[in-house]
Design a protein around this ligand. Structure first.
Ligand SMILES: Cc1cc2nc3c(=O)[nH]c(=O)nc-3n(C[C@H](O)[C@H](O)[C@H](O)COP(=O)(O)OP(=O)(O)OC[C@H]3O[C@@H](n4cnc5c(N)ncnc54)[C@H](O)[C@@H]3O)c2cc1C
Length: 473
């Protein structure tokens, strides 16, 4: 009779004291031995709840079984049948709320560390790419061309699945490297750009072409793409328009959106590659507040610490229980010295005569009845306002889709937030041959949801192109 350990094999990580001067990756990943030891704990459930809990329904039970049998590359190949960028999801998913949260081991002990195992097998596969049996995958060569706008996780997933079906896929993106927000938003110490580039290289080997530095709608139009023979188009441009706080003083110097801040930090860290020491090009001063408590807020706060700020405070109008961030990010932020001030909301930023922010006025809140999201609604407490001195305020409040491209597409149905309206089963938009998925459809969401949307759309695009080829034959 097999005996199972109820205790998780911990993943090694850099000590908190060593991290704050470098942008090196914090979580260090399992070794072969540790991955195998953790895989041995898996119950191999008949009906794997973890796979149900995963928004992309990755074949978790079976890849863990293959790890137990020392068949690491096969485990990775199996995962790649369902997941387009496993070394990324293996680093950034909210496992606690998804696959790992559904693991029945939690009834008596610790869940299986699925994310860490997925990270191990996919990193192993990327390090041994020549041994991956890419040629085993069915790849009938199909002449039909597909254009993908946006090289984020949704676009990369479309590229992955359609190239495996043999289609000629080109991904266009305004940014200099693939990955979307994973590349320019999520910091190096959570998801190194090197990892994303390795996944992109694998896609290139599968036949996907990347056209970086090309803004569709400006450098080339969708009509041009059609004229160039692209028979289907996928829109995966994300939701990258930062929401402002709408409180007086947000235009002062020193008040910045998290997106602008993180993009700047990423660019500066990339510029001094291979060194990952703190760049000395951005001065956030000593006292920084970050408004919001999602993943973006944690990343901004942890980056401000790495830039040398002495006091970094997350201010959030609800409490930690309602925070949308991944628990591991909150844990790392606390370890690194980020402070949290809950149940407060900025009502005004105050500046000096040079137009630079010096203080934020905060108002205390209390939780009321649940709102539409089901979370308790924060309500202001009259007369509770107080001033806090600051050098920089970073706004990490929310994102909506940019409309520069989509507004110009005649007949494309958008909702009131500018999200593209699609058939949820196929990603088909109101225009024939045009599909969309990821954050541009759902609003700001997660990497694995974008991958799942890309996978679904790739299937629908394949069916669409097959029908079209039959009709034209
Ligand atoms: C700071 C931050 C931290 C996050 N942390 C996590 C996390 O820990 N875990 C997690 O799961 N999720 C996290 N997310 C969310 C996650 O990154 C997104 O949900 C995901 O990247 C969305 O994927 P997407 O492909 O829909 O769009 P995006 O990743 O936004 O990619 C869209 C791409 O389209 C390109 N583009 C836009 N317009 C055009 C155009 N007209 N022409 C050409 N290209 C264009 C953009 O340059 C971009 O590269 C985080 C988000 C942020 C901002």
């Amino acid at each position: 009779m097999r005996t199972y350990s109820w205790t998780q094999v911990p993943m090694p990580s850099m000590a908190a004291g060593e991290r704050t001067n470098t942008f090196d990756e914090v979580a260090l990943g399992y070794s072969y031995q540790l991955a195998k030891e953790e895989a041995e704990r898996c119950l191999q459930c008949k009906h794997p709840a973890c796979e149900e809990g995963c928004p992309n329904h990755n074949p978790i039970r079976d890849f863990i079984r293959l790890v137990r049998e020392d068949r690491i590359l096969e485990a990775a190949e199996l995962d790649l049948l369902q997941n387009a960028i496993p070394s990324c999801t293996g680093r950034v998913c909210a496992w606690e709320k998804q696959c790992e949260g559904a693991c029945p081991m939690t009834i008596k002990g610790d869940n299986i560390k699925i994310g860490a195992i997925e990270r191990f097998i996919s990193d192993h596969a990327l390090a041994h790419m020549d041994e991956l049996h890419l040629e085993r995958w069915p790849r009938p060569s199909r002449a039909q061309k597909v254009a993908v706008v946006g090289a984020g996780p949704a676009g990369m997933a479309v590229g992955h699945f359609l190239s495996r079906d043999g289609y000629d896929v080109t991904i266009f993106d305004s940014w200099i490297m693939p990955g979307g927000v994973m590349a320019y938003g999520i910091p190096e110490y959570v998801l190194p750009n090197e990892v994303i580039l390795r996944e992109a290289n694998r896609l290139t080997r599968q036949g996907v072409k990347f056209e970086m530095g090309v803004t569709v709608g400006k450098d080339i139009t969708l009509a041009d793409l059609k004229k160039q023979g692209y028979e289907a188009i996928f829109i995966g441009i994300g939701a990258n328009k930062a929401t402002m706080s709408a409180v007086p003083g947000e235009d002062l110097k020193g008040v910045i959106t998290a997106k602008d801040f993180l993009m700047r930090v990423t660019a500066d860290v990339m510029n001094q590659y291979p060194s990952r020491q703190k760049p000395d090009t951005i001065d956030v001063g000593q006292r920084v507040i970050v408004v919001g408590a999602g993943n973006t807020a944690m990343d901004a706060a942890r980056s401000a610490i790495r830039l040398g700020a002495r006091e970094v405070k997350i201010v959030y109008r609800r409490t930690e229980s309602e925070s949308p961030s991944r628990p591991i990010e909150i844990h790392h932020a606390k370890d690194e010295g980020v402070e949290f001030e809950y149940l407060v909301n900025p009502v005004r930023f105050v500046g000096d005569e040079t137009g630079r922010v010096t203080h934020v006025e905060l108002q205390r809140m209390r939780l009321g009845a649940p709102d539409k999201s089901g979370r308790p609604r924060p309500e202001p407490i009259p007369g509770s306002e107080f001033l806090m001195p600051i050098d920089t305020a970073i706004l990490a409040i929310g994102y909506s889709p940019e409309r520069d491209l989509t507004d110009k597409v005649e007949g494309l149905q958008l909702d009131k937030w500018g999200s593209v309206v699609v058939n949820p089963e196929t990603g088909a938009t109101s225009i024939e041959g045009m599909f969309a998925g990821g954050d541009v459809v759902t609003g700001a969401n997660t990497v694995v949801h974008a991958v799942a949307a890309g996978r679904k759309s790739a299937g629908a695009i394949r069916r669409y192109l097959e029908e079209r080829a039959r009709a034209l034959a």
